[in-house]
Write a protein that binds this ligand. Structure first.
Ligand code: NAD
Length: 263
């Protein structure tokens, strides 16, 4: 199936590794022109070179902290200058720290809200004037299965990520009449660098092995395994593409069936 992404102008934030990098790679394989972002320029450049080397498409970089609204303004401005406009925005950021309610003071809550919610707000706010000029505009927010089913020991994520879904759904209603689609993907446990660090930490804490922790995590999903970043990316790129032109306001789990709710 042709996804209709040839030469689409795409920004993926928080994309030096993990889900963001896999998504950027998939866009690039589809012939899109992509800007990737994260805070560290040299890591970002390595990722861009790896993707571009594989796909033969240009992949551009702009280092910025997505929790800084001024840096986000500069990121969008330079993206639009580099790509000659913007068709697709994928909002991603690192996850807030793990822990239970007693672990966090108000400052930690504010930081988590800046990372998870306000980064998406400022990215979308700055990108919208440019998306309004596109003939295939789409926004994708990356959230978590935690929005449907709280994950133990992820209090900040469980509490704040649902606001991003509220934003996604509301924007799909407000922007639908203009032809701008807004969707979200809810990843389950997907085998990124972050998750391998998490498994190593669990193994140390529990006195087990990394392999044993992976095997335990795999039991969470009916498919009895972790997701692969490229499986997440396939869904992300499809939802953003003209092939999904009648899909908006959707929160799509890509979780191997881990969410237990019927709907
Ligand atoms: P990761 O840690 O492997 O990658 C995160 C990326 O975000 C990196 O490129 C990092 O440099 C960048 N980043 C972090 N903070 C940033 C900031 N302030 N500004 C710009 N860039 C920043 O994580 P991942 O596993 O790819 O997950 C991506 C997102 O999806 C996270 O929010 C994570 O919590 C969420 N998530 C992941 C999983 C999973 O199993 N991998 C499951 C559910 C939700």
């Amino acid at each position: 199936m042709d996804l209709g992404l040839h030469q689409a102008r795409v920004l993926v934030t928080a994309a030096s590794r993990g889900l963001g990098a896999a998504t950027a790679r998939r866009f690039s394989l589809e012939g899109a022109h992509v800007v990737i972002n994260s805070r560290n320029l040299s890591t970002l450049q390595q990722t861009a070179a790896a993707i571009s080397g594989e796909t033969g498409q240009p992949v551009f970089t702009h280092a910025a902290d997505v929790t800084d609204p001024e840096a986000v303004k500069r990121l969008i401005r330079s993206t639009v200058e580099t790509l000659g406009g913007l068709d697709i925005l994928v909002t991603n950021a690192g996850g807030p720290p793990a822990g239970v309610f007693d672990d966090f003071d108000l400052e930690a809550w504010e930081q988590a809200a800046r990372l998870t919610l306000f980064s998406a707000v400022s990215l979308i706010k700055e990108a919208l004037p440019h998306l309004r000029r596109s003939n295939r505009p789409a926004i994708l927010t990356i959230t978590s299965l935690a929005v449907k089913q709280p994950v133990p020991n992820l209090t900040l994520s469980n509490a704040i990520r649902p606001a991003v879904i509220g934003l996604t759904k509301t924007l799909s209603q407000e922007l639908g009449p203009e032809g701008i689609r807004v969707n979200s993907i809810l990843p389950g446990i997907t085998d990124t660098e972050r998750v391998s660090e998490l498994m190593a930490g669990r193994a140390r804490k529990n006195g087990t092995t990394i392999e044993a922790e992976y095997a335990k995590a795999a039991q969470d999903a009916p498919l009895r395994r972790l997701g692969k970043p490229e499986e997440f990316a396939n869904a992300a790129v499809f939802l953003c593409s003209p092939a999904a032109a009648f899909i908006t306001g959707v929160s799509l789990p890509v979780d191997g069936g881990a969410i237990q709710a019927t709907l």
